[in-house]
Design a protein around this ligand. Structure first.
Ligand SMILES: Nc1nc2c(c(=O)[nH]1)N[C@H]1C(S)=C(S)[C@@H](COP(=O)(O)OP(=O)(O)OC[C@H]3O[C@@H](n4cnc5c(=O)[nH]c(N)nc54)[C@H](O)[C@@H]3O)O[C@H]1N2
Ligand SMILES: Nc1nc2c(c(=O)[nH]1)N[C@H]1C(S)=C(S)[C@@H](COP(=O)(O)OP(=O)(O)OC[C@H]3O[C@@H](n4cnc5c(=O)[nH]c(N)nc54)[C@H](O)[C@@H]3O)O[C@H]1N2
Ligand code: SF4
Ligand SMILES: [Mo]
Length: 682
């Protein structure tokens, strides 16, 4: 039995460290790695299900070519690569290389993920995407306000006296944060959760506020107004560290409790109670989620929430601060800016065109110079996960040739002309960062890839000579074929950083150089002024929003004068405990606890429509529809329905048939939750 140190590379806050026991080439046991102080409890059920995932009978183990009848037929690598190379050569000679869309999703973390772009540059360029489905409105709002995205170590929140979990459901999406929060509560701290839905997290709260979706900016401004009116601000901190307080205070002063209560549907008494706590209980940490920033007004919402910490002096001290995204482990150029927030600039000689991730389908269809004719999809399931599925499908189906690299026949893979089998986290070594804890970790190769599976780096290496790309030009960009080549490639990446090496990472998680245990303890912020910016000219110039974090209604709102009265319900599509987006749901172990999709409906919304539990319901708007069994749920805010995102069309329908291909107000994020629908029995 051998024991390996590795880490879970899913797009998940926890990025758990683990020790994996292997015998006869098979994974036998997975246990926590004590070196990761953020995840001492070890992996979740999804982590345990890796044993099944790696050997799943549904795994794609060979290249698969679509036949004229629509089935898939296994082919060997030579046939697959020759086919791709033929298509790519034709493309380069007709539309030019930018006729290829390279779409990379968030399916796995790793430094070697950069290989794809390196390869396509050598091919001559490509069209890629800018923006991101996940978190960019909040990242950009934080950058504009604080200068960058980092926060104190995860366990510091245990020292907070007041924790506000705002638009986050850590009990499901960041399970390892909950024990630190419980520790704070056991020491007398209070937990406030702000979420329109009742969740496992709201069940632990001392106070639960349930705003109308997309209205949190109004709540934050009214809280700030009340804190300022009651003289509860930290004057010294504001004087020394905050720019724009006077202008912000004038804005917040105009935002009365009654105004906010009407907009948010949160009772005045609850806003007053929370303002009282925020004004008097220190230190306060706000742990803000990504769900809340998928609206068309949400960059401004996040700026308004950040102001609450600034005016109460909750930065740079133990137990205080902003817990959103901690990018301290993102030390490599390749992954420093994971959000690819702005359309990329390319080095000389390569023209790269990019399209918006949020508007993927529409932009593929509309791209003219040159038109997009081919797609290469890697680590992503855009048919299920990107907004406006009907248009994404239309765009994919209009292409001449589609390659999808995946472990399973997802909805996107089913649209492909050629599916290439993807490795799992146990089949190639890589270095990964995280976005909640600060550790760098090694994701180690533990077993040989099964069947004909090859890691992406190897696929690119085999494709290169077929396209006239000299292999020597890949040197330093893509590792060679052997395990030793991969390790020495990664070693060279680690070499510039003191204390980091493959040998060190084989022992366990390591902190990045210049790691800050308490963020902003120096009192300096990385904004141009070195201070927190409550007023931002850059926000206005770059994104066209107000210099101040003013409140505006989201685009799809029941309160808009020119509303969509035929679609009166907010469609909420949060994440869920036992899947990561569109991953894991196909495994037997997960199916047992999470057997299938359902649409949660409040009794007040179900009754007038004659909808009963388990009845089939059609969820629809002018973009599309899906049909699922109903689940009556009085934990929802009336006027909101909820379906967890990630279900495949094959499993009953993706929620994204109804979501808009529309960007957030900043950061080029996707405003998934800005979605109004109607429901009826199907
Ligand atoms: N188990 C599990 N963990 C995950 C993931 C997963 O799929 N499964 N995904 C990972 C990834 S990629 C991400 S992005 C994160 C996301 O995880 P979180 O940051 O927790 O975000 P969501 O689950 O999208 O939404 C969190 C909560 O926000 C609420 N919400 C929605 N709209 C509003 C609003 O307008 N105001 C307020 N106050 N609340 C609102 C929702 O009801 C939901 O309960 O989780 C990561 N962790
Ligand atoms: N309606 C709605 N839609 C949403 C969201 C929402 O809240 N509501 N959340 C959005 C968010 S936050 C995110 S992050 C996205 C996530 O959406 P995506 O970025 O598409 O990510 P996943 O669904 O996690 O996984 C994509 C695929 O990667 C594959 N994969 C895993 N490892 C590897 C590998 O090593 N190589 C290759 N080639 N493939 C691999 C998996 O099998 C899976 O099919 O979804 C977004 N979509
Ligand atoms: S999915 Fe998240 S919580 Fe589960 S093992 Fe992976 S990193 Fe840990
Ligand atoms: Mo995400």
């Amino acid at each position: 039995m051998s024991v390996y140190t590795t880490a879970c590379p899913r797009n998940c806050y926890s990025t758990c460290g683990m020790r994996v026991h292997v015998e006869d080439g098979e994974i036998r046991r997975i246990e926590p790695h004590a070196g990761n102080r953020a995840t001492p409890e070890g992996v979740c059920l999804k982590g345990l299900s890796y044993v099944e995932r790696v050997r799943s009978p549904d795994r794609v183990l060979t290249p698969l070519r679509r036949t004229p009848s629509g089935d898939f037929q296994p082919v060997d690598w030579d046939a697959a690569l020759d086919l791709i190379a033929g298509e790519l050569r034709r493309l380069r000679a007709t539309t030019g290389p930018q006729g290829l869309l390279y779409y990379a999703g968030s399916g796995t973390k790793g430094l070697l993920n950069a290989a794809g772009l390196e390869f396509w540059r050598l091919y001559g360029g490509c069209t890629t995407t800018y923006g991101d489905l996940c978190w960019p409105a909040g990242l950009e709002a934080t950058r504009l306000t604080l200068g960058d995205n980092r926060h104190s170590v995860p366990w510091d929140i245990a020292r907070a006296r007041l924790i506000v979990m705002w638009g986050k459901n850590a009990a499901e999406t960041n399970i390892h944060q909950m024990p630190f929060i419980q520790e704070a509560r056991e020491a007398g701290g209070r937990l406030v959760v702000i979420d329109p839905r009742r969740t496992e997290s709201t069940d632990s709260a001392d106070l639960w506020l349930r705003p109308r979706p997309g209205s949190d900016g109004a709540l934050a401004l009214a809280l700030a107004g009340e804190i300022i009116r009651s003289n509860s601000i930290d004057e010294t901190f504001v004087r020394d560290h905050v720019n724009g307080f006077e202008e912000f205070a004038a804005l917040a002063g105009d935002c009365s409790l009654d105004w906010a209560s009407e907009i948010t549907e949160v009772p005045v008494s609850q806003i007053l109670e929370l303002a009282g706590w925020m004004g008097s209980v220190r230190p306060m940490s706000i742990t803000a989620g990504y769900g809340m920033q998928r609206y068309t007004n949400s960059g401004q919402t996040i700026r308004a929430i950040l102001a609450l910490l600034a005016i109460t002096g909750n930065f740079g001290r133990p137990g205080a601060g902003w817990v959103y995204a901690n990018l301290q482990s993102h030390i490599f150029d390749e992954v420093r800016d994971p959000l690819a927030c702005y359309p990329p600039e390319e080095p000389d000689g390569v023209v790269r065109v990019s399209v918006s991730t949020a508007r993927l389908g529409r932009d593929i269809l509309d791209q003219a110079a040159p038109p997009i004719r081919m797609a290469w999809v890697e680590r992503g399931n855009p048919v299920t996960q990107n907004p406006d599925t009907k248009v994404v499908l239309e765009a994919f189906r209009a292409l001449d040739f589609r390659v999808v690299v995946d472990q399973f026949l997802t909805d996107t893979a089913r649209e492909a002309d050629l599916v290439l089998p993807a490795k799992t986290m146990f089949e190639q070594t890589d270095v990964i960062g995280a976005y909640w804890h600060p550790y760098l970790q090694l994701r180690q190769k533990i077993v040989e890839p099964p069947g004909l599976v090859k890691p992406e780096t190897e696929v690119y290496r085999l494709l290169a000579p077929r396209l006239g790309v000299d292999l020597s030009r890949l040197a330093g960009k893509i590792p060679g074929p052997s395990d030793a080549d991969v390790e020495s490639f990664l070693e060279a990446r680690l070499a510039p950083f003191d204390g980091l090496s493959i040998e060190r990472l084989k022992e366990g998680p390591a902190l990045p150089p210049l790691h800050e245990e308490i963020a902003y303890a120096t009192g300096r912020f990385s904004t141009p002024s070195g201070r927190i910016e409550l007023v931002s000219d850059e926000a206005h110039e770059r994104w066209g929003v107000d210099r101040l974090p003013c409140y505006t209604e989201p685009q799809e709102s029941v309160r808009r004068a020119v509303g969509r009265p035929e679609y009166p319900l907010y469609l909420m599509t949060p994440n869920t405990k036992n899947r990561i987006h569109s991953q894991f749901g196909n495994l037997r172990m997960i199916r047992r606890v999470d057997p299938g999709p359902a649409v949660h409906v409040h009794p007040d919304d179900a009754r007038p429509r004659g909808i009963e539990g388990k009845a089939r319901v059609r969820v629809f708007n002018d973009r599309g529809e899906f049909r699922l069994p109903a689940k009556i749920d009085s934990g929802l805010k009336p006027g909101c329905i909820s379906v967890t995102n990630g279900w495949w069309i094959q499993e009953g329908g993706t929620v994204n048939f109804c979501s808009p291909g529309r960007e957030t107000d900043m950061g080029h994020g996707a405003a998934f939750h800005d979605t109004l629908v109607e429901i009826e029995t199907a």
